[in-house]
Design a protein around this ligand. Structure first.
Ligand code: AMP
Ligand code: ZN
Length: 122
């Protein structure tokens, strides 16, 4: 683990977070500055900077991480069925908008009353 990495510190419980899920390999917590009604961050507990650093040796745990995503989304407020769903984002690198250099998935969802496409027909 990287000792000065914010998400490593959260993974070690050195600083608090709104944790919604944790196992030996992964942790999910509420984004401190949510962009939607549901905005979780899912991280591997071990330090890896981004998807740009993934290699063939990472496919097993990455598959387990992906497998967690829909379960976390739907148990934390994302709506099921074709009217619901969620967005999965992994900002990667400076031009990808990544601010924290520890791989994380944004899981974003919930009702979008401001979104005209989601509004009921008048
Ligand atoms: P990114 O731009 O993809 O690196 O996203 C970093 C995300 O981490 C942003 O959405 C921040 O709001 C979020 N964030 C920063 N610090 C914390 C924290 N202490 N706890 C939870 N989320 C955080
Ligand atoms: Zn880290």
């Amino acid at each position: 683990m990287s000792h000065d990495c914010l998400f490593c510190k959260i993974a070690r419980h050195d600083i608090p977070a709104g944790i919604v899920y944790e196992d030996d390999e992964f942790m999910a917590f509420h984004d401190i500055n949510p962009a939607a009604p549901v905005h979780l961050l899912l991280i591997p507990k071990h330090h890896i900077e981004s998807l740009a650093d993934i290699g063939a040796q990472d496919l097993d745990w990455l598959g387990r991480m992906m497998h967690l995503v829909p379960n976390l989304a739907y148990t934390n407020g994302c709506n099921p069925g074709p009217e619901g769903g969620f967005r999965l984002v992994a900002n990667t690198g400076i031009e990808g908008g990544q601010e924290i250099a520890h791989l994380h998935f944004h899981i974003i969802g919930g009702a979008r009353p401001w979104d005209k496409r989601a509004a009921p027909a008048a």
